[in-house]
Design a protein around this ligand. Structure first.
Ligand SMILES: [Zn+2]
Length: 275
């Protein structure tokens, strides 16, 4: 038995030295909607599947998968002219069905005169989300942006006034209008605007392609271009846009993927039990 354990540990250390990238660390939850932080000192290039990843001076990078991502992915890393591919598995999740009734009908079936506005809103948000800054804040530990009851979770299939619509990609915190909203991570305000569906909306860049979106606000306390520090007030909870009551909808994007804020590594959060 002892000999067997010794042989096994020799085998493990051998295969590790063959890969030569045994100092790679990956942090996060390997499930749909998860954001993963990686570090490999000295890494020169990194790709998640076919997407090139910006790498910090100390070898950090970040990536994630969306709500309906397949299980199998690949991380490609290059150091000292050597390339290694690591297979990564992300587990599937089951999502709730959320029925939302009492939504103003103009938000379920928008009148034709707002079609152009919705198109412009989407365009603005899409452009803002192409930001790739070197801000290091996604590598710090996030805090919740508001105190209150978790009233909606990531991924739920939503039915508005009986009509199926897109899934929910945010984490909802219900609290009275005027409740402070604070920055969960430091960053730069990319957008502070009034959008049709999401009402008063803030987007904050945390760096390396990761941004937070805060929707349905009652007010902003920061402007576009402002630098915010984690814990700074950025606005107040409201009921603007497609809502049935005051709440914050907090979203996390990595590049064009929508991730689950509740899965951010290090975030202290207790989610309600699924029904
Ligand atoms: Zn929401």
């Amino acid at each position: 038995m002892k000999v067997w354990v010794k042989a096994l540990s020799l085998l493990v250390s051998l295969s590790a030295s063959v890969s030569a990238f045994d100092d790679l660390t990956l942090e996060g939850q390997f499930t749909q909607g998860g954001l993963i932080r990686g570090q490999l000192p000295g890494v020169s290039k990194a790709w998640f599947n076919d997407t090139p990843l910006p790498v910090s001076a100390d070898g950090r990078f970040v990536f994630g998968v969306g709500r309906d991502a397949p299980a199998n992915h690949e991380l490609h890393l290059e150091r000292d002219g050597k390339k290694v591919t690591k297979s990564l598995q992300f587990s599937p999740r089951q999502y709730d069905i959320q029925r939302v009734n009492g939504v103003a009908q103009k938000y379920v079936t928008p009148p034709s005169d707002v079609t152009e506005r919705i198109r412009r809103d989407n365009q603005k948000v899409r452009i803002v989300r192409t930001t790739q800054s070197a801000l290091p804040y996604i590598f710090t530990t996030p805090i919740m942006p508001a105190a209150g009851r978790i009233s909606g979770v990531y991924g739920s299939q939503r039915i508005f006034n009986g009509e199926p619509r897109n899934p929910h990609y945010g984490l909802d915190v219900a609290a009275p209008t005027g409740t402070p909203v604070i920055a969960p991570l430091s960053g730069t305000v990319l957008l502070a605007d009034d959008l049709y569906y999401s009402g008063l909306t803030l987007i904050i860049d945390h760096g390396f392609g990761v941004s937070s979106t805060f929707m349905h606000l009652d007010s902003f306390t920061v402007q576009e271009g402002a630098k915010v520090v984690q814990g700074d007030q950025i606005g107040t909870i409201g009921a603007t846009g497609r809502v049935t009551g005051p709440h914050l909808d907090w979203r996390i994007n990595w590049q064009q993927e929508r991730l689950d804020p509740a899965l951010l590594p290090g975030l202290a959060i207790t989610l309600p039990k699924a029904k």
